[in-house]
Design a protein around this ligand. Structure first.
Ligand SMILES: NC(=O)c1ccc[n+]([C@@H]2O[C@H](COP(=O)([O-])OP(=O)(O)OC[C@H]3O[C@@H](n4cnc5c(N)ncnc54)[C@H](OP(=O)(O)O)[C@@H]3O)[C@@H](O)[C@H]2O)c1
Length: 328
């Protein structure tokens, strides 16, 4: 992909659809968009996916808040995060993944969303974990953590709370079930991105009523395809996809190489969209929540839910492309 195409794409994404169409149809602007992108934007509905337990539709690309988001949330200047959250909402994104374990992220995002007046419309996915790894959770401490999340987010009913990293599922899932029965949360789930915890995740998926799981999946990290994703489809469990870029791993692998020309066949114009469309090409994935601290990257990521997705054969081609890159 040339720099020019990347700039065009970011420019497209930095406009809402109406503004985009107005700009694109104007004489000067139309010069700078490729015909395929113009055609796409004419029909630029966002890809949404159903949550299996209710059928509720949610936009397929959202925002995560560990990694760089958490670094900025800890800093003195959080203005970039305000722009990231407002761009996501303006462009139609809603799913925001956070956790009390991500430093200041939950509190900072809650404050910004309330200031912007978007806290009610965001789909909040936060987490619960007061257990030490592999240890037990004190129910009183867990309840206190849950109440703190309600305070920070400022929404009377939280959309989704998941047990973080398989922390004491017996106690913590029990508390979430109680909160769901009381109508304080709409969905409950459990997460892990540690391969050594996959067996425990599978056991919980087989034995507990779950609305969601959250797990890692990327074009170069596909272990969850073996059991976890098929089981999610079989059991009607939604999947939030974490680390679609492997945090920095995939960026280091692609370096400054251009996106392959064939990516235009599924409307991916940047590597970010290439990676996001790979994961959304799996039918088990309900939504993907890449972290970013940059508004332009948020806009780029929203482009991952515009246009076509790769089919199974194309996904194999994408895997081959990435496998041919040097590992870092
Ligand atoms: N067990 C769990 O519950 C669990 C575990 C891991 C992750 N998660 C969730 O999943 C989210 C995503 O995972 P992650 O943050 O670990 O990794 P990730 O989303 O794979 O990667 C984030 C990195 O990609 C960069 N990036 C984002 N969009 C980009 C773009 N369009 N172009 C170039 N660079 C881009 C970000 O930097 P910039 O700021 O520069 O954009 C950041 O360095 C987390 O934030 C968290 O919410 C949950």
């Amino acid at each position: 992909m040339t720099q020019c195409k990347k700039a065009d794409n970011v420019r497209l994404a930095s406009l809402n659809r109406r503004q985009f169409l107005g700009a694109a149809l104007g004489a000067g602007a139309a010069m700078s968009f490729s015909p395929s992108f113009l055609a796409l934007a004419q029909d630029a509905s966002l890809i949404t996916r159903a949550i299996p337990s209710t059928g509720e539709m949610i936009p397929a690309v959202g925002l995560g808040s560990s990694a760089t988001f958490a670094q900025v949330a800890r800093s003195e200047d959080i203005s970039a995060l305000r722009s990231v959250l407002s761009r996501m909402a303006e462009l139609g994104g809603r799913v925001f993944d956070t956790a009390p374990g991500y430093g200041a992220s939950e509190e900072v995002a809650g404050g910004i969303a309330q200031e912007l007046g978007i806290h009610e419309t965001l789909f909040w996915a936060t987490k619960l974990n007061v257990a030490q790894r592999g240890g037990t959770a004190d129910p009183a401490a867990a309840r206190a953590q849950l109440e703190a999340s309600f305070q920070r987010i400022g929404k009377p009913v939280i959309d989704l709370i998941q047990v973080h990293n398989m922390g004491d599922p017996a106690v913590q899932l029990g508390l979430l079930r109680e909160m769901k029965e009381q109508g304080r949360i709409r969905y409950m789930g459990i997460t892990t991105t540690f391969p050594e915890q996959y067996d425990s995740l599978i056991e919980v998926m087989r034995n507990e009523p779950l609305d969601f799981i959250g797990t890692d999946y990327a074009v170069d990290n596909r272990e969850v395809e073996d059991v976890i994703l098929p089981l999610a489809m079989e059991r009607g469990i939604a999947v939030l996809n974490y680390a679609p870029f492997g945090r920095t791993r995939l960026w280091a692998r692609v370096g400054d190489r251009p996106v392959p020309d064939y990516a235009h066949e599924f409307d991916a114009h940047t590597w970010g969209q290439f990676f996001l469309k790979f994961v959304l090409g799996h039918p088990a994935i309900t939504a993907v929540t890449p972290a970013t601290s940059r508004p332009t990257n948020m806009e780029d990521n929203i482009g991952g839910m515009l246009g076509r997705l790769p089919d199974a054969a194309m996904r194999q081609r994408m895997i081959a492309t990435v496998e041919a890159l040097p590992t870092v």
